[in-house]
Design a protein around this ligand. Structure first.
Ligand SMILES: Cc1ncc(COP(=O)(O)O)c(C=O)c1O
Length: 431
């Protein structure tokens, strides 16, 4: 090729949640029965949409307009419904005009970072949900800038770290918060959110939050929306139905932009997102059509109460089983549906092993070369037990650990997975 057509940020596009599958599928062909603990898709893990949600969707299929394009920002009545829902929280107020629909938050994320001025940066959490960290890194053509989530403090953001990074790097123009968090399962209390808001206010930068798991909190925690604490600060919240209905295949999410009128530059940036969506015409219509009816249905709240009880049970069971492994730091998940235990320094090394078949050994030979210690563990666990996890170091983190989901629908399979993991990890550490 006479010109190099490869984007400068191309090598930043990594999503190990699916990347790990390349090896997993090869191992599966050797006869290993896989338990997929890598991806946060409730449907793939056997969760059923309740009949009343399916009925609402089916009724909308009678209307031919469900098959057409919709306005670029999304259906007016749905945006009005969502704006009202936000305003009822009593925090930053918006109108339908402040909402733009995307084809899932994934689409919102990639558009958001793509259209940020190249020299500016958004500081994100570490461990990081890869879609945010990769998109930000690709936009900047540089390593994603992160602040620490502290495993020795219930995975809370390290406020001093945020403060210092923002203070000493004038290119940082925004701070990202994922609340409830993927991959840690942490839910941030109001005081933590307020401290981050104070930093953003002091340095005149925006906040962006991913609240896709806002309905999923348990163990006595409650989701505090960013809108409730930002006051007049420019901010964006990303929300969606992938995890909430759950309907990930709908590819439907939206952003809510707060306080655009308070800052012209921020308003112009949000306008850019709308203009970019216009080039694509619009986002998916059918899921937007059903949002108001589903979310205002009398069953909606109790449905989430039940779901949260389910995740609480899973979160506590796995934390209890793995919690007493010597050398691990285990934080109980309180929200979303992920659990990320880590290993204390020096517990993992590049010599440990588990017994695996000769065929599996051959498949792993190359991937094991130079792999981070936690990735090495994940490969061995996959080949020995069939449990497919994601190494924590793949979430833009220096910590060694792994992420598993709390989604397994079958109680017995989940209990067996936890016990098998404990036994295999202990065997691996002591090998
Ligand atoms: C924090 C977070 N944001 C966004 C997404 C993707 O959302 P969507 O399906 O709306 O693209 C995920 C999916 O796992 C997620 O964990």
């Amino acid at each position: 090729m006479r010109n190099n057509i490869v984007h400068f940020g191309a090598d930043k596009l990594k999503y190990e949640i699916r990347g790990i599958l390349k090896i997993a599928y090869q191992l599966e062909k050797t006869g290993i029965k896989m338990i997929w603990e890598n991806i946060g898709d409730p449907i793939a893990k056997g969760h059923k949409l309740p009949d009343w949600i399916k009925e609402i969707i089916m009724n909308e299929l009678e209307d031919d307009l469900s098959f057409g394009y919709c306005p670029t920002k999304g259906l007016d009545q749905t945006r009005e419904f969502l704006a009202k829902k936000n305003n009822e929280l009593g925090g930053a107020q918006i109108t339908a005009e402040d909402i733009i629909f995307f084809n899932g938050i994934g689409d919102a994320i990639s558009t958001f970072y793509h259209y940020l001025r190249k020299s500016t940066r958004v500081l994100g959490p570490s461990p990081a949900y890869s879609t945010h960290s990769s998109a930000e890194a690709a936009h900047a053509r540089a390593k994603h800038l992160t602040y620490d989530l502290d495993p020795n403090n219930d995975w809370m953001p390290d406020i001093d770290d945020i403060y210092n990074k923002v203070k000493y790097n004038p290119l940082i123009s925004g701070i990202l918060l994922i609340n409830p968090d993927n991959p840690t399962g942490a839910v941030y209390p109001r005081e933590i959110l307020e401290k981050i808001v104070d930093i953003a206010r002091e340095f005149d930068i925006f906040l962006v939050t991913d609240e896709i798991y806002m309905q999923t909190t348990y163990n006595g925690t409650k989701h505090i929306a960013l809108a409730e604490v930002i006051g007049d600060l420019p901010a964006v919240s990303m929300k969606g139905i992938s995890k909430e209905f759950p309907w990930p295949g709908a590819r439907c999410g939206w952003i809510e932009a707060y306080n655009t009128e308070k800052d012209n530059v921020f308003a112009r940036f949000i306008q850019t997102l709308e203009d970019a969506k216009m080039l694509e015409v619009c986002s998916t219509t059918l899921p937007q059509k059903v949002i108001p009816e589903i979310m205002s249905h009398t069953n909606y709240e109790s449905y989430h109460v039940e779901r949260c009880k389910f995740f609480e049970k899973r979160a506590n069971e796995v934390a209890d089983v793995l919690g007493d492994i010597d050398g691990m730091v285990v934080n109980r998940a309180n929200g979303a549906f992920y659990f990320s235990p880590i290993f204390k320094n020096g517990v993992l090394n590049n010599k440990q092993k588990l017994p695996i078949s000769a065929e599996a050994q051959k498949i792993l030979e190359r991937p094991l070369k130079g792999a981070n210690p936690d990735k090495r563990l994940v490969f061995y666990l996959m080949a020995n037990t069939g449990i497919c996890l994601v190494p924590l170091s793949e979430f833009n983190s220096n910590l060694q650990g792994f992420r598993m989901t709390l989604l397994e629908a079958d109680d017995q399979v989940f209990t067996k997975t936890c016990k098998t993991l404990k036994k295999a990890i202990e065997q691996y550490i002591n090998s």
